[in-house]
Design a protein around this ligand. Structure first.
Ligand SMILES: Nc1nc2c(ncn2[C@@H]2O[C@H](COP(=O)(O)OP(=O)(O)O)[C@@H](O)[C@H]2O)c(=O)[nH]1
Ligand SMILES: [Mg+2]
Length: 255
């Protein structure tokens, strides 16, 4: 039987000391019908990130010559998954904060055809070690997205997300600095179905967060504004939905 391919990708910038741990936690045979491959998008790391990732068993490495930003890295991750023939893509941060063991739970709604886009939700699950100001920042940015999309969202900044093939093909990330909010706005407004899956989260033990308040605000807020101003044609959404229904029928016939 033709196996379905799940590509797990990790955007990484100088994550030596963390990335091998994440890769070793990825379940390689979560289901007899799945084939799992690991892809690292190395965003111009200057430490041992790439060597460690290879030694830990990553099959594919895409390296940027210089640092371009997390938004650019995730954009490349999605495009590479499509190139590698992935049926499902799963991104996870390379800093060992997110539970790679829980990947099967996060992709299950996509695998079962209920959803196109899943987010591992820390606030629906459990969080250890997140500082108060980060928690408040997360609430504010999540609330902003919930208001713009007029739907409940628990955790809009998750670093663990699953994608159907169609979602990967149509996702657009409009800035290089980050992807977290604009990607959700883009996919949900296009009519893709999103679901949040509770996960357990543990703040990083090594290295430090790249997020700086001013830089985050001055990059993310204008990008959210710009994304919301882009027209989404209803016709286009309907076409995508139809294509998705055809893709799903194909999946169930192959099963
Ligand atoms: N592509 C790319 N990834 C980065 C950069 N800085 C951090 N990352 C990665 O993005 C992920 C999340 O970064 P992190 O600093 O932990 O952000 P936080 O979890 O929101 O505090 C990790 O996998 C990092 O390796 C960057 O400049 N470019
Ligand atoms: Mg992190």
């Amino acid at each position: 039987m033709h196996k379905k391919k799940l590509v797990v990708f990790l955007p990484a910038h100088n994550e030596e000391g963390n990335i091998a741990k994440v890769i070793s936690r990825i379940p390689r045979e979560p289901h007899p019908d799945w084939q799992v491959e690991v892809l690292v998008i190395d965003d111009g790391s200057t430490d041992g990130t790439v060597e460690e990732a290879k030694a830990a068993g990553a099959e594919h490495i895409v390296s940027f010559a210089r640092n371009r930003g997390l938004g650019a890295a995730v954009r490349e991750g999605l495009a590479s998954c499509v190139r590698l023939g992935a049926d499902i893509g799963l991104m996870i941060d390379a800093d060992n904060e997110y539970p790679a063991e829980e990947i099967p739970n996060v992709v299950a709604p996509i695998w079962e055809g209920r959803s196109d886009y899943t987010m591992g939700s820390r606030f629906k699950g459990s969080i250890r070690g997140m500082r108060l100001h980060r928690r408040l920042g997360n609430y504010c940015f999540t609330l902003l997205q919930a208001l713009l999309l007029r739907r409940m969202i628990w955790d809009g900044q998750s670093g663990m997300r699953g994608f159907s093939r169609l979602a990967m093909e149509h996702a657009e990330i409009i800035h290089d600095y980050n992807y977290a909010q604009v990607l959700t706005l883009n996919l949900v407004r296009k009519g893709f179905r999103m679901e949040e899956v509770p996960i357990t989260y543990q703040v990083r033990q090594q290295g430090e967060s790249f997020i700086k308040f001013n830089k985050y605000m001055t990059n993310v807020l204008p990008a959210v504004w710009k994304e919301m101003r882009r027209p989404v044609s209803r016709k286009r959404v309907a076409e995508l939905k139809k294509a998705r229904a055809v893709a799903l029928r194909k999946v169930s016939m192959e099963k």
